[in-house]
Design a binder for this molecule. Structure first.
Ligand code: ZN
Length: 249
């Protein structure tokens, strides 16, 4: 962990490595059973474990993200996409000042993705390669049969299971509910609406959460960390020139 090193130790690391891991998340409602910190707590745990297994430096998690769509549920701390993008970008540029040119962002909250993608494109122009890992997409592919589609929604069984595996004392499974998300009257195929969570669910849970278990959560955690370890090792070996933009054809 970068913040646990002295500047002398940091200098030694930066002198021989060009890669770092940065977890980002959010502080937002995750149903009545999960902590508000779910997205940044999970991102942090994945990032720290991957850092340990690959000998890569890991930064502190950035806890607040783009989640104004959850604000009607108490305790959601939401940051605008522009501010979030600038803040994460400046953290990446600070790393670059010490020679880091490959940054793996472990993103715990889907709402952060558009801002992170914009930032990653801008930084690639400057010679910094940023990749973004989202654990639920990986879990979907790696363990397709572990959860049903209705168990994979926001605050549903999959996410609750990972919380149970990582920090069971913060989960109150007795409070878990199953709620089928409501459809807005304007909803139709191919249409994307700027809705808030409160338009779709009263509990904050999208789907089925009562089937969560620590055992399933452990399987997810192990599978996604293995996958991310592969990615970090691949980036370590990659030449920076091969990761940069190509010249005009
Ligand atoms: Zn979440």
């Amino acid at each position: 962990m970068l913040h646990e090193m002295s500047w002398v130790e940091a200098k030694e690391y930066f002198a021989k490595a060009d890669i770092a891991i940065l977890p980002v998340g959010s502080n937002e409602q995750h149903g009545p059973q999960n902590p508000l910190g779910t997205d940044h707590l999970i991102a942090r745990a994945i990032a720290e474990e991957t850092a340990k297994r690959t000998g890569t430096v890991c930064l502190q998690v950035i806890p607040f993200g783009v989640s104004s769509h959850h604000k009607q549920f108490w305790g959601t701390i939401y940051i605008s996409p522009g501010t979030f993008k600038s803040y994460v970008k400046e953290a990446c540029l600070a790393l670059n000042y010490y020679g880091i040119r490959k940054i793996v962002i472990v993103n715990g909250h889907g709402g952060n993705l558009p801002a992170l993608m914009e930032m990653a494109r801008e930084l690639r122009e400057k010679g910094i390669f940023v990749s973004i890992f989202q654990w639920w997409s990986a879990a979907n592919r790696l363990l397709p049969d572990l959860f049903k589609p209705e168990e994979r929604g926001h605050a549903a069984a999959e996410e609750t299971s990972v919380n149970l595996a990582l920090h069971p004392h913060l989960v109150n499974l007795d409070k878990a509910v199953d709620e089928e998300p409501r459809k807005h009257t304007a909803q139709t195929e191919g249409i994307i609406l700027p809705l808030d969570t409160v338009n779709c669910t009263g509990s904050g849970v999208f789907g089925k959460s009562t089937t969560a278990s620590a055992e399933k959560g452990k399987k997810v955690f192990e599978a996604i960390v293995n996958e991310l370890v592969k990615h970090v090792n691949l980036l370590k070996r990659a030449k920076i020139e091969d990761l940069m933009q190509k010249p005009r054809v």
